[in-house]
Design a protein around this ligand. Structure first.
Ligand SMILES: [Mg+2]
Length: 242
């Protein structure tokens, strides 16, 4: 039997390499403050989430869509009778988000530097093209990736395509990310290995209710463990975890 081995590594960016969700949470908190006259926080927050979900097929993922969803929520909950200063406040918060500093998660740089000497690294991220490019440039990590794929949706076919084009196919690739829904389940479905590194803050949209168990799935608390996992896979013959 052919030996299974991992020859290319894919990485998610937001909340895998750098902080992201915390900026959305902070903004949402301030948005709920602005709308205090129109309902309690829990209700307003769930109204916003409903609008966001409805808008994903229209606007895609990212900050600009979030800003539009905040405006739409404000108009809905106020029945259109809101003070224009609320809209101005939402726009200002959006601009602030689009220029927030990039804060790398611990040991990301060291880990990627080490891994990039052994394997081609591929960045696979979804969201606003312009914003993702800005964050990658600000992160200083760009030179460590052999390829950068900014996609509008992360499905099994996305991973199959990217790992075929940039690596030796999905079955010889491994995806690392914080979102079960976007990074892990579709990568496994495509036939890749996956390392789930949960982040304390993960957007409700990315949650998966069922516990996930798969012979090609590894769950780790820290990105530095990725090298060890790849070595273990490549030494174990069939590539399955022990
Ligand atoms: Mg992520």
């Amino acid at each position: 039997m052919a030996q299974a081995s991992v020859t290319a590594l894919g990485f998610d960016a937001d909340d895998t390499l750098w902080q992201n969700e915390c900026f959305f949470r902070d903004t949402e908190d301030r948005f709920l403050d602005l709308l205090a006259d129109f309902g309690d926080r829990a209700t307003l927050s769930s109204r916003l989430f409903t609008v966001e979900k409805r808008n994903i097929p229209v606007y895609g993922f990212g900050i600009k869509g979030f800003v539009l969803s905040m405006m739409e929520t404000a108009l809905e909950v106020s029945d259109g009778r809101l003070d224009p200063s609320i809209i101005a406040g939402v726009l200002a918060m959006g601009r602030e988000m689009l220029s927030h500093p990039v804060e790398l998660l611990p040991e990301v740089r060291e880990t990627l530097e080490m891994l990039s000497e052994r394997y081609p690294l591929i960045l696979i991220t979804k969201g606003d093209l312009f914003d993702q490019e800005r964050k990658l440039a600000a992160s200083g990590l760009g030179g460590l990736f052999q390829a950068v794929e900014i996609v509008s949706e992360k499905s099994a076919s996305t991973y199959a395509r990217v790992f075929a084009a940039r690596g030796d196919g999905p079955d010889r690739s491994l995806m690392v990310g914080n979102s079960l829904r976007s990074d892990i389940l579709p990568a496994l479905e495509a036939g890749a290995f996956a390392v789930h590194i949960p982040h304390d803050l993960t957007w409700t949209y990315e949650h998966v209710d069922e516990p996930v168990d798969h012979p090609r799935l590894f769950i780790e608390q820290h990105i530095r463990k990725v090298a060890e996992i790849v070595e273990r896979i490549n030494e174990s013959g069939d590539g399955l975890k022990r």
